[in-house]
Design a protein around this ligand. Structure first.
Ligand SMILES: Nc1ncnc2c1ncn2[C@@H]1O[C@H](COP(=O)(O)OP(=O)(O)OP(=O)(O)O)[C@@H](O)[C@H]1O
Ligand SMILES: [Mg+2]
Length: 450
């Protein structure tokens, strides 16, 4: 093995403890395990070492002079947020350690340290580091895209980060348009299965028998029309994640089959003689109250407990209106790029109006309304008159409607000019069909040659 490869594949631990004997003990144990071990006697020293060495895991005592474990954790996170920090704590300070976990520590160990537990925790942390730094290198941090500064969303994002690397089955609940699929994507991206496929199945979109063959697949000759083997989505998701959307719509007979697959970790394609082993992690989503469905007899209770090891509940937008400005900002960029329009600002009245509304369609509805406004917007600033009438105060809705039409007319004229009167291109630029454009040209008396 050449030296470079050796350096890259040897995990490097930094032990931070003011007690030299403790450091020596850990150093001896971990070097025996094939690790490289660096030492520091306090947080400040640790930061210096981090500056110079390629450390992958940090083990720090909670109580130290100068800079304690918590402060070190905080500093490390601002330098490199995916570097796992494990805290060592005396028996009496477990509460503090739990607090530290909430602040992003990878794990904690109590003193005196159990050697086997120490080894296994450090190895887990190293695996986590490798997985997360790979994702980091591929730009994954920017891709998470769950926007929200409200306390409830911040907690949710933290929960997502925390539970993603585990193997636990997760149930995502929440009203339509709250971001359930977005969270499912994030969970997969942050999991140790991120390099394997994420396969999605919408249980509401297919009739029962098709859903069954879609999920479990079939072998040639299983039924008329089965000319060759077809692998089910289950098999396609092998080693990866299977996302079952709208799980509440799954018929009871399929629920039993799914439960068997979950329990036995094998599936039987239709017409097959042997079962096939599968290794998948389940993420399910529903906008129904599954507990209530269980009570009504529409959903199997045993299946409910299997898929719901951890529940992530997405709050409706009306309960976190403080997130609206940030979401607007996010969508202006995203939708502006998509529609090739540069909208830099929104007027204060526009933003204010958005916060009066209750958003039954949640974030998806907000996204749609912004897209519409962006298309209608004749300048670089979104104004109230680009909102649909039901988002405006009722009393002057007629005036607003007129404003809206005025703005629409203006937008069409501008788009026509920009595209030299070419109808097809104009319709495309406005994101409407040619027929709709035709209709609107007529409505606004713009049909004559200009
Ligand atoms: N917190 C968020 N930050 C950024 N975009 C979001 C957020 N929540 C939702 N969105 C966007 O809103 C749209 C709807 O989200 P998504 O499809 O995940 O909702 P859903 O809960 O699965 O809805 P449904 O129940 O109707 O399937 C998507 O375009 C998504 O990107
Ligand atoms: Mg969805």
């Amino acid at each position: 093995m050449n030296k470079e490869a050796f350096i890259e594949t040897t995990p490097c631990l930094l032990v931070v403890d003011d007690e030299a004997s403790q450091r020596l003990l850990i150093k001896a144990v971990m070097e025996e395990e094939g690790w490289l071990v660096k030492e520091a006697s306090n947080g400040l020293e640790a930061l210096n070492i981090l500056d110079q060495e390629n450390v992958q895991v940090i083990l720090a005592d909670l109580k130290m002079p100068k800079m304690d474990g918590l402060e070190l954790l905080h500093k490390v996170q601002s330098i490199d947020s995916h570097l796992p920090v494990i805290l060592l704590t005396a028996f009496g300070t477990v509460d503090l350690a739990v607090e530290a976990m909430k602040k992003g520590a990878f794990d904690f160990l109590t003193k005196p340290t159990d050697i086997e537990e120490l080894k296994s925790t450090l190895n887990k942390a190293y695996t986590y580091f490798l997985a997360s730094s790979e994702k980091y290198a591929s730009g994954f941090h920017q891709q998470l895209e769950i926007i929200g500064q409200s306390k409830i969303m911040q907690q949710l994002i933290q929960l997502v980060r925390q539970v993603a690397p585990s193997e636990a089955n997760i149930l995502i609940t929440g009203e339509s348009g709250t971001g359930k699929e977005l969270v499912a994507n994030a969970l997969h991206k942050l999991s140790l299965r991120a390099k394997e496929p994420l396969i999605k199945v919408n249980c509401a979109s297919l009739p029962d028998n098709l859903l069954e063959s879609e999920l479990f697949g079939y072998v040639k000759g299983a039924f008329t029309g089965a000319y060759k083997d077809k692998p089910g989505r289950f098999l396609l998701a092998h080693k990866g994640t299977l996302f079952l959307d709208e799980i509440g719509e799954m018929p009871l007979n399929l629920q039993s089959k799914l439960l068997r697959a979950l329990q036995e970790k094998t599936i039987e394609p239709l017409g097959a003689i042997h079962s096939v082993p599968v290794d998948v992690r389940f993420i399910c989503a529903t906008n129904k109250d599954l507990k209530q469905e269980v009570e009504k007899g529409n959903f199997r209770e045993d299946l409910y407990f299997r898929i719901n090891v951890i529940e992530i509940h997405l709050p409706p937008l009306r309960e976190r209106k403080e997130d609206i400005p940030l979401l607007v900002n996010h969508f202006l960029k995203k939708l502006g790029d998509k529609n090739r329009k540069k909208i830099h600002k929104v007027s204060p009245e526009f933003l204010e109006q958005l916060t009066y509304y209750d958003w039954p369609g949640n974030v998806r509805e907000l996204e749609n309304i912004l897209e519409r406004a962006i298309i209608l917007c004749p300048s670089d600033t979104l104004e109230v008159n680009q909102l649909p009438p039901h988002l405006l105060p009722q009393k002057n809705s007629r005036a607003i409607q007129e404003n809206l039409e005025e703005a629409e007319k203006k937008a069409i004229i501008e788009a026509l000019k920009a595209n030299n009167g070419h109808r097809e291109k104009t319709a495309q630029a406005l994101g409407i069909s040619r027929r709709t454009l035709q209709y609107k040209l007529k409505k606004y008396g713009l049909t004559k040659k200009r």
